[in-house]
Design a binder for this molecule. Structure first.
Ligand code: HAM
Length: 420
């Protein structure tokens, strides 16, 4: 038997109804904030991620699904959404759009070859936003407010927003030098990846999955002590906005994020449920990326965004015992007795559905009792039973399954009945 690939999942109807609910709600929230949907390809040229996300990140070095296509081009299944959206912004010269910042959102599958764990998949679905074209602390605040609004609108309460600033490139230059100095004497105890990143990208040592619990990581210099005046001022203004908005947050000076494009504001939203026993607690992450557009050959615009996975959102809802108010309603189940009634029902259903009535009938030659059970399983609001007599008299009892009450109506008036 051929099994589903490791780290992927089938979303079966009882779950896809939840996905649809979540996705619809997210679409509605995006309208409130004036963000518009963008759809970019699921695969991009490998170079986009190598440059954008960063050559020495775990994502690029270890987790990408990369292959050569038949034209010998190196292609990668997108591991995240920001690089593709930024590429599209540049390619479509969106900097020329008079509505700046350009506020975009996306929702689709991403791929990372990671070790499977609760809440960690190899194909997962990210919903994300990118606001590109403005370097104003109030847009950082808007993005953070949106993150909180999203989770709160699903009724989640046990949340912790961690924020940090990783400064501008000048601040980071000094910081990187300090990190090299700090780690150099002990780097022999670190994994091969950390050793090779010491000089090229020492910040990545801080979020190495192998070494992150080492003492030298815990007492490493902190970026916040290296922020220059501009970076500090920017961070302070973002925090002021959060205070004005009454958004609670904790400052985490160790939060550096795992992708290279970040500058200034960086944040993660964590599950803060004391009973949660899974290892994965990060629901959502994001930040500002001031150099990314230029790095990808674009204009000197800046951006900020975040992404969350629907899988982890569902996990958090489960943890907090939150049931989504998914619509599970069905209008009419047509119970039939005999061949003539069944034939009539085929036509009737066709008519009902074309008039917007959700209706179904039996296709398994069930007895009446079995058909009624099927109506129950479907949660049908109404049922009718058609037999030879009903056909002959053009009269039918329509039963409201919620109240148990029946009403006698003309069979050929049933579409009208639903319209009324
Ligand atoms: P990221 O932190 O790599 O950031 O991923 C964002 C979110 O995607 C995570 O917080 C988590 O909810 C989800 N996620 C990541 N990997 C997995 C996985 N293997 N299984 C399930 N869920 C996962 C980014 O991707 C950035 N592009 C976010 C961003 C947008 N920054 C600026 N704009």
């Amino acid at each position: 038997m051929i099994k589903i690939p490791r780290g992927t999942q089938d979303i079966l109807p009882e779950d896809s109804i939840k996905w649809r609910y979540i996705e619809n709600k997210l679409d509605q929230l995006m309208e409130l904030y004036n963000y518009q949907e963008i759809r970019t390809p699921i695969f991009e040229s490998t170079e986009l991620f190598a440059r954008g996300v960063g050559d020495s990140t775990d994502v690029v070095q270890k987790e990408m699904y990369t292959f050569k296509d038949k034209g010998d081009r190196s292609i990668t299944l997108r591991p995240e959404g920001t690089a593709g959206v930024v590429r599209s912004y540049i390619e479509h010269k969106m900097q020329g759009n008079p509505n700046q910042p350009v506020k975009l959102y996306y929702n689709g599958p991403m791929f990372r070859y990671e070790r499977k764990q609760k809440g960690r998949y190899r194909q997962f679905n990210q919903f994300g936003v990118e606001a590109i074209g403005s370097e104003n602390p109030s847009i950082d605040a808007e993005v953070l407010a949106m993150v909180m609004h999203i989770y709160e609108s699903f009724g989640l309460k046990h949340l912790k927003l961690a924020i940090n600033s990783i400064g501008d490139s000048d601040s980071r230059k000094e910081y990187n030098e300090a990190l090299v100095k700090h780690f150099e004497p002990v780097i022999g105890d670190f994994c091969q990846d950390c050793q090779s990143r010491l000089h090229s990208n020492p910040m990545r040592i801080l979020d190495c999955k192998v070494d992150r619990d080492k003492e030298a990581v815990k007492n490493a210099p902190r970026i916040t002590d290296f922020l220059n005046e501009d970076s500090k001022a920017y961070y302070e203004q973002v925090k002021k906005h959060l205070d004005d908005l009454g958004i609670p947050y904790v400052e985490d000076p160790n939060l550096v994020r795992g992708l290279d494009y970040y500058t200034h504001t960086a944040f993660e939203l964590m599950m803060d449920n004391p009973n949660y026993d899974g290892a994965i607690t990060t629901l959502c992450g994001g930040g500002r990326y001031n150099g990314l557009l230029e790095l990808l050959g674009g204009p000197s615009q800046t951006g900020i965004g975040f992404a969350l996975s629907i899988e982890r959102l569902l996990l958090a809802l489960e943890e907090e015992d939150i049931e989504l108010d998914v619509e599970n309603e069905f209008d009419l189940f047509v119970v039939t007795m005999g061949e003539a009634a069944d034939r009539y029902a085929v036509k009737l259903l066709n008519q009902l559905r074309k008039n917007g009535v959700k209706a179904d009938k039996d296709y398994m030659n069930r007895k009446i009792k079995g058909q009624m059970k099927q109506a129950d399983r479907l949660n049908a609001k109404y049922t009718i039973v058609i037999g030879d007599q009903e056909l002959e008299n053009n009269q039918i009892d329509i039963k409201n399954m919620e109240t148990g009450e029946s009403e006698s109506i003309q069979l050929d008036q049933i579409v009208d009945y639903f319209h009324k």
